[in-house]
Design a protein around this ligand. Structure first.
Ligand SMILES: *[C@@H]1O[C@H](CO)[C@@H](O)[C@H](O)[C@H]1NC(C)=O
Ligand SMILES: *[C@@H]1O[C@H](CO)[C@@H](O)[C@H](O)[C@H]1NC(C)=O
Ligand SMILES: *[C@@H]1O[C@H](CO)[C@@H](O)[C@H](O)[C@H]1NC(C)=O
Ligand SMILES: *[C@@H]1O[C@H](CO)[C@@H](O)[C@H](O)[C@H]1NC(C)=O
Ligand SMILES: *[C@@H]1O[C@H](CO)[C@@H](O)[C@H](O)[C@H]1NC(C)=O
Ligand SMILES: *[C@@H]1O[C@H](CO)[C@@H](O)[C@H](O)[C@H]1NC(C)=O
Length: 383
């Protein structure tokens, strides 16, 4: 245990040195590799051949699911293709070795009805992969959660949304489906895809190992509540790079709900959010270890970094390098925009020692802006 920890510490300190000396050029390599699919060994199924209409009116769920289920067992990679069109669907379930390839002129539309989703609210996703290995989504196309169909009352501060709490499947006012979920998976690849308008969280990575999210974008309406960009929960070895996130709620949101989170790297990404660009904590009881955020550009956002380690769990070995442009100040009580101040600042901060809930002085969040310790000084990015 001691040996493991000291080796681990050395690795991380090595990383810190790189980031502090050349903040803009470092892009830590990682062990997660894109699954290189060779066309000669790949099975290709078009959902059209399985009966999908792609007209955006008829449900194509059965056709899409048959195309996935017809993928051969064993370790053979299988690509399920969506030619140009609009595919309205209830929850579809990915299985091991299947990649959804959505043509750049194709859109998967998530159904807006409660009967479009499984019984247990923990499985309310438009695309769901559970306990699968080598799974992914790509192709340049769109997965759209149709959030606007869940709006009860439009409001320029915060839309009032449907809640399916009357079913007893979940309680509170946040009972709506997420968009894409990988639960208990290994070797997850999400690249070259556009995730849009989730009714609730957008991309949810839960208890996964080896996840590579790159060259993709997430868009959610600024006034839709809870439309988080990427929530990484209880997962190890996650790499996020060249991602553009524009949402009304937290953009990159690591959580430790049922277990710890190790080795998360997010680089070269662009974020605009009404809430926190990077938010650690809330519903987090276990440890966060070895997190690197490098070259993250944050524009017009309410908060840059939010560390809300209030439930328990420690953060250790975290490095953050962010550049912040043009923060829009939002009054935290009314959540209306007050003024738009243009600033440009790049900051790197590394915390090597344990950061514990017991140390309120290390809580780097504030209602007004983002508090960052740098060179012994405390800075508020709004001033
Ligand atoms: C990153 O790792 C991969 C796989 O080990 C390797 O092929 C590649 O050359 C590495 N890239 C850099 C910049 O070190
Ligand atoms: C996935 O694994 C978890 C934990 O072992 C189990 O509870 C769950 O039922 C599994 N789901 C499926 C669809 O096999
Ligand atoms: C159910 O959701 C509605 C609409 O968001 C909310 O007003 C209500 O308080 C919720 N009910 C319960 C019991 O949580
Ligand atoms: C992540 O790594 C930690 C430490 O080895 C381990 O306890 C945990 O179960 C791992 N989680 C997953 C999802 O593999
Ligand atoms: C985290 O990354 C380090 C360095 O690559 C590796 O040695 C370690 O096994 C990883 N931890 C987990 C829990 O996978
Ligand atoms: C930083 O990220 C942006 C994308 O947001 C990218 O265009 C730029 O090349 C990156 N800079 C470096 C030095 O890697």
């Amino acid at each position: 245990m001691v040996t493991y920890l000291s080796r681990f510490t050395i690795t991380i300190i090595g990383l810190l040195v790189i980031i502090q000396s050349t903040p803009s050029t470092s892009s830590p390599n990682n062990s997660v590799q894109l699954l290189l699919l060779s066309t000669t060994h790949i099975h290709i199924h078009s959902v059209i051949d399985f009966g999908a209409k792609g007209d955006g009116i008829h449900y194509d769920t059965a056709a899409i699911q048959s195309a996935i289920d017809a993928c051969p067992p064993g370790n053979k990679p299988c690509e399920v293709r969506f030619p140009p069109g609009e595919y309205l669907t209830a929850t579809i379930r990915l299985k091991s070795h299947v990649t959804l390839n959505i043509h750049e002129d194709a859109t998967l539309l998530g159904g807006p009805r409660i009967e479009d989703y499984p019984e247990e609210s923990s499985r309310w996703y438009v695309v769901l992969a559970e306990n699968a290995t080598d799974v992914g989504i790509t192709g340049g196309g769109v997965v759209d959660g149709q959030a606007m169909k869940f709006v009860v009352t439009k409001n320029e501060i915060k839309n009032v949304m449907v809640s399916w709490n009357h079913t007893g499947a979940c309680s509170g006012d946040e009972c709506r489906p997420r968009l894409v979920g990988f639960l208990g998976c290994r070797n997850v690849n999400v690249w070259n895809v556009r995730l849009r308008e989730p009714a609730y969280w957008c991309l949810h990575i839960v208890r996964c190992d080896n996840t590579f999210i790159r060259d993709m974008s997430i868009y959610g309406d600024f006034n839709t509540p809870n439309n988080d960009g990427i929530d990484i929960e209880d997962s190890n070895n996650t790499v996020i790079t060249r991602v553009q996130i524009d949402t009304g709620d937290d953009a990159i949101c690591p959580k430790t709900y049922t277990g710890p989170l190790y080795n998360l790297t997010a680089t070269d990404s662009w974020i605009r959010t009404k809430s926190s660009a990077i938010k650690l904590g809330s519903a987090s009881w276990f440890d966060f270890k070895a997190l690197v955020f490098d070259n993250i550009t944050i524009v017009e956002s309410h908060r840059g970094l939010g560390f809300q380690i209030r439930d328990g769990g420690n953060i250790s070995y975290i490095c953050v390098c962010v550049c912040v442009y043009s923060l829009i100040l939002i009054n935290s009580s009314s959540r209306t925009r007050l003024l738009n101040i243009y600033i440009y600042i790049c900051v790197c901060v590394c915390i090597v020692q344990e950061m514990s809930v017991m140390l309120p002085s290390l809580t780097l969040t504030s209602a007004q802006g983002t508090m960052i310790h740098h060179g012994g000084e405390e800075r508020n990015l709004y001033t």
